[in-house]
Write a protein that binds this ligand. Structure first.
Ligand SMILES: *Cc1c(COP(=O)(O)O)cnc(C)c1O
Length: 388
């Protein structure tokens, strides 16, 4: 059994993928081919934002979002510790300080109440209130931006996050690496704040055959900045460099693959809803595991179907049973970022983000992809409930 089945998907569109790749071989524009602009146009229409900018990875898209927001040394960027490392790694790479904010226990997304308290604590300079990094006096940090993550495919609470950001003069970046295709009310993920990024890493809901990503914004000025940052800080022409940038381009081959995959993406998104609903129903009958909670008005892209065991021993027992029966499972994420060695310099302590730490001890994810059938799902749940 596969955790994410990319083979069934490929069988469905193999011919289109081959035709699209052959077209790149024929025209020879391996960087900046016509596939890039076509993909940008299709995805910006789908998301419902004015601008989409194809780039090299989700991490580079995040980095460019932060750069376009002017994040740099001395800035504080508020984010969740319960995410993939790139969310906070890119903040630190720019010389800014990641300031962690604990998550909601049911959605696993950043908690708006904690967010506001942490901004207030930063502005007041501590010491009472939520935990702050200890490597700088809080007064030395300027709150600049918020990076909210749509964990496992469900959008964060942008209604409240955007309002809090506005009242404190902060920018909001949507890390939609896991949520492309998700909706919150009338709006799609990647269009829920001023600027957003997603990833097309092969295992994401819309995945390429290599690294690729995309930035989204309605704001013309931010788009111009992103465009320039992607090409080494380009100005009027190729050899006019007006700011420090990166090489953030997407390969034409990736856009060729993504165009073929995007044609069936809306259908796959529907199939993911069915798979998730079947897991929900099967798990409701057992009551031993906490199933995912999706907020009213939200549709998840179901990058992962994650459940909570009673404690870490219970989780270990369940994962062993699954493994014994050749059923893959995974832990996202075993260690929250404030406890990672890479962020030890912030001098946070264990116990300071109790919800994230508790989830890290208990959470695990079951196989999730559009081609998971009812029989297989029943076997997975039966194995969880069985004795071996
Ligand atoms: C996958 C992921 C990224 C990074 O995307 P890449 O394309 O792998 O660089 C960033 N943030 C989150 C939340 C992710 O899941």
């Amino acid at each position: 059994m596969q955790f994410i089945d990319l083979i069934s998907q490929q069988q469905r569109i193999r011919e289109e993928i081959e035709n699209n790749i052959r077209a790149v071989l024929d025209h020879g524009n391996y960087i900046g081919g016509p596939e890039i602009g076509e993909l940008e146009q299709r995805l910006s229409e789908y998301v419902g934002v004015k601008h989409a900018l194809a780039c090299s990875s989700g991490t580079d898209a995040l980095l460019m979002n932060l750069m376009a927001c002017g994040v740099g040394a001395g800035d504080a960027v508020l984010t969740t510790p319960f995410t993939f490392v790139a969310t906070a790694g890119t903040i630190a790479l720019l010389g800014a300080t990641p300031v962690f904010v604990d998550i909601q226990p049911d959605t696993y997304n950043i908690d708006p109440d904690n967010l506001e308290q942490t901004i207030l604590a930063l502005k007041k300079g501590g010491p009472a209130g939520p935990p702050l990094p200890r490597n700088h006096p809080p007064a030395a940090l300027t709150p600049k931006a918020i990076v909210a993550v749509d964990l496992f495919g469900q959008p964060a609470d942008y209604g409240r996050i955007n309002a809090i950001a506005k009242s404190h003069g902060l920018k909001v970046i949507e890390d939609a690496a896991q949520s492309f295709g998700a909706t919150n009310g009338e709006k799609r993920a990647c269009g829920l704040s001023q600027i957003a990024c997603t990833s097309f890493f092969p295992a994401k809901p819309l995945g390429g055959y290599g690294d690729a990503g995309m930035c989204f914004t309605d704001d013309d000025r931010l788009y111009d900045l992103l465009w320039s940052l992607k090409i080494h800080g380009r100005g009027e022409d190729k050899y006019d460099n007006v700011r420090i940038g990166i090489n953030g381009r997407m390969a034409s081959f990736q856009a060729a693959v993504l165009l073929a995959k995007f044609a069936i993406f809306p259908d796959e998104l529907e199939l993911r809803q069915e798979v998730a609903a079947r897991y929900d129903a099967l798990l409701a009958a057992t009551g031993d595991l906490a199933k995912p909670h999706i907020e009213k008005g939200c549709i998840s892209a179901w990058a992962q179907y994650s459940v909570l065991a009673r404690d870490s021993d219970h989780r270990e027992k369940l994962q062993k049973k699954l493994a014994h029966n050749d059923i893959p499972s995974a832990i996202y994420y075993p260690k929250p970022l404030h406890l990672q060695k890479a962020f030890a310099y912030l001098r946070y302590e264990r116990g300071e983000f109790p919800v994230s730490e508790d989830c890290a001890d208990r959470i695990f994810s079951l196989p999730m992809h559009p081609y998971l059938d009812e029989k297989t799902q029943a076997r997975i749940i039966k194995t969880l409930n069985g004795n071996r």
